[in-house]
Design a protein around this ligand. Structure first.
Ligand SMILES: Cc1cc2nc3c(=O)[nH]c(=O)nc-3n(C[C@H](O)[C@H](O)[C@H](O)COP(=O)(O)OP(=O)(O)OC[C@H]3O[C@@H](n4cnc5c(N)ncnc54)[C@H](O)[C@@H]3O)c2cc1C
Length: 377
């Protein structure tokens, strides 16, 4: 084997890459993280203060075992950090009884015997007085919903990885990587590195870094809005939960107020396709703003009308809306996670662990088989 500098290089130290770096370094591997931007930046898919974590998973019950491990790992990370990066506050989910969200939640709860409480319209008014639920909607409460502080999670993973011996080089985009027998050559705009293994966690740059799979990924532009609030009903400190409403063609979700920016809300559905991260339109779309405002007036009527902040972000959608995680085709020393399809941050830490397993041990006991790229062949 050639004399390499690293056991593993992680290309892209955003949500998943920062976690992979942490797990690799914690196991004593010689590891280097490379990113074009500094940890916690706002150019990819992992910014905007907060992400939802939830256990009863409407997207598919197969994610639940991974979530159980993710909850444990986030808890451990929170204990190791001096910040409140992970807080459980419950999640209120509302939608038509036969809709994707409610039927998916019931399916996951049944499959894994998870706690999920049905609330009547009056129960909601009583327990969560800031919310209005129409009579023909179903409301379900999952006590395991919570909040992850997205940029702080990334910075914590990176700094703990560095404490464990990881190196980090930022501000040098990777221009090329090539597997040459047992070695992978990684070139940036300034340097060349040799490594035994490469992990690629490229977020919305997936098409560029994973060319053999590019046709399976597309970028969607997503907006996050923060509205003024002085009502106690929406404060985290007043036991306000995170929330997700399937509402006509929209799936609005949001967070209790955690700071002076107000209540954050966004639409998980829709979004315009963007050709590349560089060409992302970051301006406010008035139609999106009107839809969010109308929803707030109907379902969270005491939230203020003043928009305090707007930030755009990107989903990297896979062709079937499920993550794509595993070995890069025909290349046993390169593994990747991509196409997280707008619901991946809560899994960042467990996907980082799985990638570290695949890189160091060529196998993992984590149940990620259903996410393999082989499903597209
Ligand atoms: C608005 C919004 C809301 C969301 N809400 C939730 C939620 O509530 N719950 C949830 O679980 N998920 C949510 N998601 C999804 C989740 O945030 C993403 O799936 C996840 O953060 C993606 O992480 P990643 O590591 O794949 O990408 P990123 O964090 O974007 O990391 C990719 C990294 O690769 C680097 N990179 C790429 N190319 C190169 C190169 N050539 N050279 C060097 N570096 C490179 C980038 O600079 C970047 O740092 C949301 C996403 C958005 C946009």
């Amino acid at each position: 084997m050639a004399d390499t500098q690293y056991d593993c290089i992680v290309l892209g130290t955003g949500g998943v890459g920062s976690a992979a770096l942490y797990h690799l370094a914690s196991r004593g591997a010689r590891v280097l993280g490379l990113d074009q931007f500094p940890p916690g930046h706002d150019q990819g898919s992992s910014h905007g203060d907060t992400r939802i974590i939830r256990l009863v998973y409407f997207e598919h019950p197969d994610y639940v075992p991974l979530l159980r491990r993710a909850f444990d790992l986030w808890q451990q990370l929170a204990e190791a950090s001096s910040l409140d990066i992970f807080q459980r506050c419950g999640i209120l989910q509302v939608g038509p009884p036969e809709g994707e969200v409610i039927s998916g939640l019931r399916r996951a709860a049944d499959a894994h015997r998870l706690e999920l409480t049905t609330l009547s319209t009056d129960d909601v008014k009583h327990q969560f007085p800031g919310f209005r639920v129409e009579d023909d909607m179903t409301a379900l409460y999952d006590p395991n919903g919570g909040i992850l502080l997205v940029e702080d999670c990334i910075r914590t993973h990176i700094s703990l990885a560095q404490v464990a011996g990881a190196s980090l080089v930022v501000g040098e985009p990777v221009t090329r990587w090539k597997s040459e027998g047992n070695v992978v050559r990684v070139e940036t705009t300034k340097s060349t590195f040799l490594t035994n293994k490469l992990i690629i966690t490229p977020g919305p740059w997936a098409n560029r870094q994973l060319p053999a799979l590019a046709k399976h990924f597309k970028i969607l532009r997503k907006s996050q809005f923060w509205f003024d609030n002085d009502a106690p009903d929406y404060q985290l400190s007043s036991q306000c939960p995170v929330f997700l409403f399937e509402h006509g063609i929209h799936t609005f979700y949001g967070f209790p107020q955690i700071d002076d920016k107000g209540v954050k809300i966004a639409d998980h559905a829709g979004g315009r396709v963007s050709r590349s991260p560089q060409s992302l339109d970051r301006e406010i779309d008035t139609e999106e703003l009107e839809a969010v405002s109308l929803f707030l007036r109907q379902c969270l009527p005491s939230v203020g009308h003043q928009l305090n902040q707007h930030v755009t972000c990107m989903y990297t959608m896979s062709s079937d809306g499920h993550f794509v995680v595993g070995q890069y085709p025909e290349t046993p020393n390169v593994h990747f996670a991509a196409g997280l399809s707008g619901h991946g941050f809560k899994f960042a830490t467990v996907l980082g662990e799985a990638l570290a397993d695949l890189s160091l041990d060529a196998k993992t006991s984590l149940p990620i088989g259903f996410l393999s790229p082989e499903r597209f062949s």
